[in-house]
Design a protein around this ligand. Sequence first.
Ligand code: GLC
Length: 472
Amino acid sequence: MPTPYARPLREAAHPRRRRPRPSDPDGATAPLRTGAPSPARGRGRESNVKRFLVAATALLLMGSVALAQTTITVAAGAVGQELELTRAAAERYMAAHPDVVIEVLETPDLSDNRLGVYLQIFEAQSPDIDVFQIDVIWPGDLAEHLVDLYEYGARDVVDQHFPAMVQNNEVDGRLVGIPWFTDAGILYYRTDLLEKYGYDGPPQTWAELTEMAQTIQDGERAAGNPDFWGFVWQGNSYEGLTCDALEWVYSNGGGTIVSPDGVITIDNPAAIEAIEMAASWVGTISPSAVTSFGEEEARNMWQAGNAAFMRNWPYAYAVGNAPDSAIAGLFDVAPLPAGAAGHGAAALGGWLLGVSRYSANPEVAADVALFLASPEEQKVRAVEGSMAPTIMSLYEDQEVLEAVPFFDRMYDVFINAVARPSTVTAPNYAQVSQAFFTAVHDVLTGSETAANALAIAADDIQAITGLELGQP
Ligand code: GLC
């Protein structure tokens, strides 16, 4: 395709063939004005032509660079250090690919809000965003809007990732996203305060956590900190509450809301008991405002030094140890406590990178996605941001393990994390989760009993999915 700059150059190269202009009836004047007529008219014209050629060539070069430059827009998370890390990775890609410009767009922190934004973009079939950061629970819900990365080179790299994570992102044999980082719910605890109050390790059961949180809270308040709380977590009415509540329920033997084989199990005594336990924390060891907390609200209170325990994802480790953190060096992490099941449970989270079907440049977009999820880039995110890699070999990388020692110590927690029922309820998972977290939130805020709320959730989930009701 001729560039807009091609024509002047061609004209300049053949000045005598220029078409006459109205102001130039004989077509004999040089294309550039030279000022006063010169005796050396012939030479002047020649140098004008040369200057024109040089200028036009420069324009042509600039034009072709500008035209060949592809802009790829990446919709990314901004929880903790996420945005900075993604922008730094984009800079590294651009340094190696001067023909690509990457724009990293910040998206809402709460997963549900982010999904809302994405759905609007997808429904409009908009090419404005090329690469999307996709939650592990969305592949089934969003598959129709995403390209098959197996058609864009992912086949060569998927073996580096945990097979279960790759499998989670396959829908009808199509790879709708390349795993980027994984998440598992973990317990953060203040080592200094546990020691101060005579505890020799983190709690093993929820009952122990409740007792320890109360003791430390009473002590710290008596010592002059009225803002101190025992335990902070994610109690807002959103996807994060589904994760926390799944952990309480599963660790108490209450199943996974909907079983992997498609039975709605959430209305059961062990689940009811688990939700009642969490409701008893609100206003006692957890602030009443916990029912409006997402990840970042919990982390802010914790990182200001105002909580003994926090449930959160691994990203809070690196930021908690940053120089501006009040608790740097004063905390550690452990598996979440056990309930009646006799073991704790970590909800499986994480994110992948998918390429929009409506992208104008799916090949470049896929190359960017695969670069961001590559072993080198995942290593940077792990070391600088304590974000858990999906690349298996990085769990044996000394620099990663030095930066985030619990990746080694708690490897089993990551590997055995409990999945939300997103695959079995796709493409309706978002609605199923909403029915669940709304019910749990009603119990936490005291507007419904756990028994009623979970019975209602089970019925709602049946109406959404048409699956059977049963016990775990
Ligand atoms: C984390 C998890 C994600 C989960 C979200 C809920 O970002 O990685 O899977 O849905 O938290 O708040």
